[in-house]
Design a protein around this ligand. Structure first.
Ligand code: ADP
Ligand code: ZN
Ligand code: ZN
Length: 732
């Protein structure tokens, strides 16, 4: 009697189609629900995206849905719409997009094991029960009945509190059919207490908050440009308060899990009584699904998360904030290569809510959008805290001041002065292309990764060589494998080497190294940051990890070792990245009252990038870079997509791309199609990689072209090459 016997289900498989199943008892309320279906010889979890009364398959070939998961709510039409957008825009199968947006627990086909709290309520029979019918000595049973009459439902813990034998009485009630069990999603702790006294906003903060408030709850993209310490977070907090006040949920995206603890603390303290959940890779599967379900149920008021949380279902969504919007980690670098920032903007548009993109150094794409009026610019030109001034930036010319083990005399002198005064310093190393490698002093052999086209990095403490691309590890050899020479030297300044050099110069100093290796252990970073805040550290040595977001009130000096590598890179985004990174690190100095100083060691002190950093002038540098990009027709003045291929041999990767290029040209769209080239890191984990760039002046023709082109490439089932499409690529 069902008018919808066919369910269309998408699965986590690289096929761009939905599969038809018989679903006699499915109803329209099941659209968006997870289902378990037979697929090939296994059972798979998918999402039911559509009901229909017909299928192209003959009825005999249709299999039936095994199970519809009705214990959790379905994805809403709005959720599905966002997933569909991503599938279309990134030309990726909807099933993979949808399933990957779910927490792991919800992707598994076995026992779900969701976090739940059990509660009990009387059945009709239980309600009709007359206490006099209970045995005269059953005092506990009578108490239980009274409790369940008084409350519509009681939790297991409340029942256990009645008496030692209450759980037994409960079991008897269940057996009699007087009580039924329900499960519900447990709540999360909401901090009690008073909200802290709010700082009075600076005029610029006030203007920013007023502008967003004045525009009302509709879709609009705000680009909040404010130097580090200018009080962007305070602006977010006011806007979040507005959204909560209006009964809406706020989604706050941050680039890295390391940035979440501080911000999480700050938001929690600000909104006592509100439910804040975090979503990032530091959570275990149970926490993750719990937080996700609370958000979906509308019970979480604020969701704070990294990249993937942009897909979290939020029925009451009222505001999106993307902090450090320029950060490269918003872009996923495998599978569905989406940009969480861009998806967030689309989501805000679909849901008709405002979105705030914040940064001290906005991406040129966003800055360009603000210049052309698509986004609305909000500026915080000064530091918020009283007395906080921008640090003075000085360049140390390494052609005159020769570095010894990475340090020039002026930098060593500045460090010594800080130690003398009991102030903190930060020595910043750009990890990229800057790790120590093992060299043979006789023949020039440099320890290579046999799987990648890279050099292995020396990790002295663990006595190993590690590949930072594929993770391969091996022991440090005792002699050169090429010539037998036993004099192997380590060159380059990794964080460990820098730490050792500093220890040699300042034996009394308390030095703390913060990098991927030293922070592997859970909570390691948090413990380290506590140490820094407690004044137990004199010199911090670190990588990018330290550059962002952290507040170090005692820090007055930042030393930057050889940043030059990126100045003359073949990657057209390298100087944009270097600029933003240096602005971020420089921003660590002198956050509080003490005036800070930044020393940049460089062999190119006349480079305009450094001049812009010295003047803290983002706008001028951005304008210069945008001019360059306009002339060269690079993004944001064109739109790009990269077809990536990888194969055991470079020839077969290039051969595939050559054929793809020929097919592309035959389609005859107004797009430019470049020749296939090997990737910058041509070999990775034993695979050769190459790519093919296509670009167009406008998104529309590019998208139309990509849709056709992908259909052609997917149609050819003979390929032995692994390929993928990267729309709006950031790395080549
Ligand atoms: P950002 O997010 O731009 O780096 P924050 O919001 O973290 O800046 O603010 C930097 C510092 O200034 C913080 O210590 C914050 O408490 C303080 N602050 C922010 N706004 C104000 C204000 N209006 N008055 C006084 N202090 C402020
Ligand atoms: Zn050798
Ligand atoms: Zn490797």
């Amino acid at each position: 009697m069902n008018s919808y016997p066919i369910a269309r289900v998408v699965l986590d498989v690289p096929l761009d189609e939905a599969f038809d199943y018989l679903a006699p008892d499915a109803t329209p309320e099941d659209i968006g629900r997870r289902v378990r279906v037979p697929f090939g010889r296994r059972q798979a979890v998918g999402v039911l995206v559509e009901l229909s009364d017909r299928s192209d398959l003959p009825p005999a070939k249709l299999k039936a849905i095994t199970h519809i998961f009705r214990d959790t709510p379905p994805l809403s039409a709005a959720d599905l719409k966002l997933l569909r957008f991503c599938a279309d825009y990134y030309h990726h199968p909807l099933g993979e997009v949808a399933l990957n947006s779910l927490p792991t627990r919800l992707r598994q086909s076995g026992e779900q094991n969701l976090p739940s709290r059990r509660r009990y309520q009387l059945t009709l029979a239980g309600q009709a029960l007359d206490p006099a019918q209970l045995p005269s000595r059953a005092g506990v049973q009578r108490k239980l009945l009274a409790l369940l009459r008084e409350k519509s439902a009681a939790y297991r813990e409340e029942i256990a509190d009645l008496a030692a034998s209450a759980p037994l009485a409960l079991k008897q009630f269940l057996d009699q059919g007087w009580v039924e069990e329900q499960t519900e999603l447990p709540d999360i702790a909401r901090p009690a207490g008073e909200p802290p006294a709010l700082p009075s906003l600076s005029p610029a903060q006030q203007a920013a908050v007023q502008a967003v408030r004045g525009a009302g709850p509709a879709y609009r993209v705000w680009l909040l440009h404010g130097i580090t310490g200018s009080g962007k977070t305070e602006v977010y907090l006011r806007l979040i308060a507005d959204a909560l006040e209006a009964g809406r949920q706020a989604l706050v995206l941050v680039p890295e899990i390391n940035l979440t603890p501080q911000l999480e603390e700050r938001i929690r303290r600000r909104f006592p009584g509100r439910a804040l959940v975090s979503l990032h890779s530091g959570l275990n599967d149970t926490e993750r699904v719990h937080h996700w379900l609370l958000a979906q149920a509308g019970r979480a008021d604020i969701v704070l998360g990294t990249r993937l949380s942009v897909f979290t279902p939020l029925p009451r969504l009222g505001l999106i904030v993307v902090d450090e919007e320029h950060d490269g980690s918003y872009k996923q670098q495998d599978g569905l290569r989406y940009s969480a920032r861009d998806v967030a903007v689309v989501r805000a548009n679909q849901r008709g809510v405002p979105i705030v993109l914040g940064s001290a150094t906005p991406s040129l794409e966003s800055w360009h959008n603000a210049q052309t009026g698509r986004y609305t610019l909000l500026e915080l030109p000064e530091r918020a805290a009283e007395n906080a001034v921008l640090p003075a930036v000085h360049l140390v010319d390494t052609r005159h001041h020769k570095p010894d083990h990475g340090f020039t005399p002026p930098l060593l002198k500045a460090l010594a002065a800080r130690l003398e005064r009991g102030e903190q310093s930060l020595v910043f190393i750009n990890r990229r292309g800057f790790a120590p490698v093992l060299l043979c002093s006789a023949c020039g052999w440099a320890a290579p990764c046999h799987r990648c086209a890279t050099r292995l990095v020396v990790h002295l403490r663990e006595r190993i060589l590690r590949c930072h691309h594929c993770g391969h590890e091996e022991r440090i050899p005792l002699a050169c494998p090429a010539c037998g020479n036993a004099d192997l030297v380590t060159v380059g300044h990794g964080t460990q080497r820098v730490e050792e050099t500093l220890t040699a110069h300042f034996p009394e100093a308390r030095i703390l190294r913060v990098d991927r290796d030293s922070t592997r252990r859970k909570h390691a970073l948090r413990d380290m940051l506590d140490q820094v805040h407690g004044g137990e550290t004199d010199i911090l040595v670190g990588t990018q990890m330290l550059a962002k977001g952290h507040d170090f009130p005692l820090l007055t000096l930042v030393g930057i070792l050889d940043a030059d590598g990126a100045l003359y890179s073949s990657d057209f985004r390298a100087s944009e990245r270097l600029f933003s990174q240096l602005m971020q690190v420089a921003g660590r100095a002198g956050r509080a009252g003490a005036g800070g100083e930044v020393l940049i060691q460089t062999g190119f002190p006349e480079h305009p990038l450094y001049a812009a950093i010295q003047r803290h002038n983002y706008a001028a540098f951005a304008a210069a870079l945008l001019d360059e990009r306009r002339v060269a027709r690079f993004p944001p003045f064109c739109h790009q997509a990269l077809l990536r291929a990888e194969a055991p041999s470079l020839a077969s990767a290039l051969d595939f791309l050559q054929q793809a290029m020929n097919a592309a040209k035959r389609l005859d769209y107004p797009v430019e199609i470049y020749d296939p080239v090997p990737a910058q890191m041509a070999r990775l984990a034993g695979k050769e990689r190459a790519h093919l760039l296509v670009q167009a002046d406008a998104r529309k023709p590019l998208q139309a072209f990509l849709a056709r082109w992908m259909a052609v490439l997917r149609g050819d089932k003979q390929q032995k090459v692994r390929w993928s499409l990267d729309v709006d690529p950031l790395e080549f």
